[in-house]
Design a protein around this ligand. Structure first.
Ligand code: ADP
Ligand code: ZN
Length: 210
């Protein structure tokens, strides 16, 4: 099974992608996670990615395309995968098309603007192990402290207001038009992303299994 997932910032895209991957026993490949791992390990790619990400900009297409191409060539991808955070631009969608993987569906998580604003303000990440929390939905046991490693919970650099404004507008301008591209191919599965996580997850599994 090969899936794509689209959704604006704070749509729950990463969380749902991880759960869907577990359900179907496929890989969860998140370009954002790969960039963040490289940033925390201070690799060359990480340094480059951080210079774009921290301000809410996209990492250049050639860099991201190469990264995805190499990742998808690894053997473990044979069991199937869900691509989270890619493609994000017309250039990336065309590049992906040329890689010739046959996709089964593209999940489109739809979340209202007011819900997005509310959620982003609540998003936190562990400074140490990078686990995501949310002061509304996935509350840590102790406020401001990571359940897993006791690390400090902070606001992701690119979740700060200026960066978020830019990321949301980039999503509308560059990524949303790709939905038509995949809709024409008959791949889009529309999902209402407003309800609580478990409900959204149930709708995804039900629609993908239908
Ligand atoms: P979100 O979906 O909330 O923006 P992600 O974790 O998917 O979070 O992405 C975080 C950042 O990583 C993006 O703002 C961008 O800078 C970079 N990034 C991730 N995927 C891509 C991509 N396909 N193309 C360019 N940049 C990307
Ligand atoms: Zn932690």
């Amino acid at each position: 099974m090969r899936l794509l997932i689209f959704g604006p910032q704070a749509s729950g895209k990463g969380t749902q992608a991880a759960r869907v991957a577990e359900h179907f026993r496929i890989l969860h490949i998140s370009t954002g996670d790969i960039f963040r791992e490289n940033i925390s390990q201070e690799t060359e790619l990480g340094k480059l990615a951080a210079s774009y990400m921290n301000d809410g900009n996209l990492v250049p297409n050639e860099v991201t395309n190469n990264l995805v191409k190499n990742r998808l060539e690894e053997e473990d991808c044979a069991k199937g995968f869900i691509l989270d955070g890619y493609p994000r631009t017309r250039n990336q969608a065309e590049f992906l098309t040329e890689l010739n993987h046959k996709f089964d569906a593209a999940i489109n998580l739809q979340v209202s603007e007011s819900e997005i604003i509310k959620r982003i303000g609540a998003r936190r990440i562990c400074e140490n192990c990078k686990t995501g929390f949310n002061t509304i939905f996935i509350k840590p046991k102790v406020e401001g402290v990571c359940d897993k490693c006791n690390g400090k919970l902070i606001i992701r650099e690119d979740d700060k207001p200026e960066a978020i404004k830019k990321r949301l507008s980039l999503y509308h301008e560059l990524t949303e038009p790709l939905l038509d591209f995949y809709r024409e191919k008959g791949l889009i599965v529309d999902i209402n992303g407003d309800p609580i996580m478990d409900e959204v997850y149930a709708e995804i599994i039900q629609k993908l299994s239908a």
